[in-house]
Design a protein. Structure first.
Length: 253
C-alpha cells in the first residue's frame, strides 16, 4: 500500500479509501490509484484487513453431507447470497459424524469467520449450546433453546404426517418408515409425524417397520429398503423415506 501511495503521490489513507470504495475521492485520483494497483499486482492482505476491521468477510456453512442434493443446493444459494454481499465461504462437510462436526466448528472459529450456518447439527444440546454462545450461528433444520440463536427450519412432524396420511388415503395400511441417523433431529420429528398419522387412522405402530439408516441411496439404505419390502411378515409395505436425496419412492411389493 505504501508503494502504491508513493507512485500515485497520495496518502496510504487515500489508497485505503479507494480499495474500500469509501470517502470522497475524485474520479481522476481513483482511476490513477486503481491503474497503479493493477500495474503493480497489489493484492490487499485479507489477514491484515481482518485484524484492522475485526471482520474477515467469510462465512462458514457446515453440512452433514455435501453430496446430498438438499445440502448442495442450500450451499449454492448461500454462496450466491454471500458473493453479492462481498463475503466468501469456508465450507465444512461433517460426513454425519458429530466428532468431525465439532472439529469443523472449532476450525472455523479459529479462522475467525464472521458467522456460521450450521445445517442439521448432530451435536447434543449441551455441546451445541457451547458453540452457539461462542460465535454467531444460524441453525438450519434444528431448533435450540438459546434465545440468541436464530433458526430456519421446516415443520418436519407436520410434513411427515401429511405424507403418511396421503398413503393411508390411497388405501395403504402397512407403511414402513426409513428414518435418518439416530442423531438426526429432523428424523426424530418426522418419526413423531409418522406415529401421529398412524394413530389418527387407528393403525398400529409396528416397531419392525420403523428403521434407522444412513441417508444414502447406495449401500445400507438400499439394503434396508429391500429387506423391508421383501419381509414375509409384511407382504404389502409402502415405504416412506424420512430423508432427502435418496430418490426412493413409495412402493408396493
Amino acid at each position: 500500500m505504501a508503494q502504491v501511495a508513493r507512485e500515485a503521490d497520495v496518502s496510504k489513507q487515500t489508497v485505503s479509501r479507494v480499495l474500500n470504495n469509501k470517502g470522497e475521492i475524485s474520479q481522476a485520483t481513483r482511476r490513477q490509484v486503481l491503474a497503479i494497483i493493477e500495474r503493480l499486482g497489489y493484492c490487499p492482505s485479507s489477514l491484515a484487513r481482518g485484524l484492522a476491521t475485526n471482520r474477515t468477510m467469510t462465512l462458514g456453512p457446515v453440512v452433514p453431507d455435501i453430496g446430498d442434493p438438499f445440502f448442495s443446493e442450500m450451499t449454492r444459494g448461500a454462496d450466491g447470497a454471500a458473493h453479492v454481499a462481498g463475503y466468501s465461504l469456508l465450507l465444512g462437510n461433517t460426513f454425519e459424524d458429530p466428532g468431525r462436526e465439532a472439529d469443523v466448528l472449532r476450525t472455523l472459529a479459529g479462522k475467525r469467520v464472521d458467522g456460521i450456518v450450521l445445517c442439521s447439527s448432530r451435536l447434543p444440546d449441551d455441546q451445541l449450546d457451547r458453540f452457539c454462545t461462542e460465535q454467531p450461528v444460524v441453525l438450519v433444520n434444528r431448533q435450540h433453546t438459546s434465545v440468541n440463536v436464530g433458526s430456519v427450519r421446516a415443520d418436519d412432524a407436520a410434513g411427515a404426517c401429511e405424507a403418511v396420511r396421503h398413503l393411508i388415503e390411497a388405501g395403504r395400511r402397512v407403511i414402513g418408515f426409513l428414518s435418518g441417523p439416530p442423531t438426526s433431529r429432523s428424523g426424530q420429528e418426522r418419526a413423531k409425524g409418522y406415529a401421529d398419522a398412524l394413530q389418527a387412522a387407528g393403525l398400529a405402530l409396528e416397531p419392525a417397520l420403523s428403521l434407522n439408516c444412513l441417508p444414502y441411496l447406495e449401500g445400507l439404505t438400499r439394503q434396508v429398503t429391500l429387506s423391508l419390502l421383501t419381509d414375509p411378515e409384511f407382504p404389502r409395505v409402502s415405504i416412506f423415506p424420512a430423508f432427502r436425496g435418496t430418490g426412493t419412492n413409495s412402493k408396493e411389493n
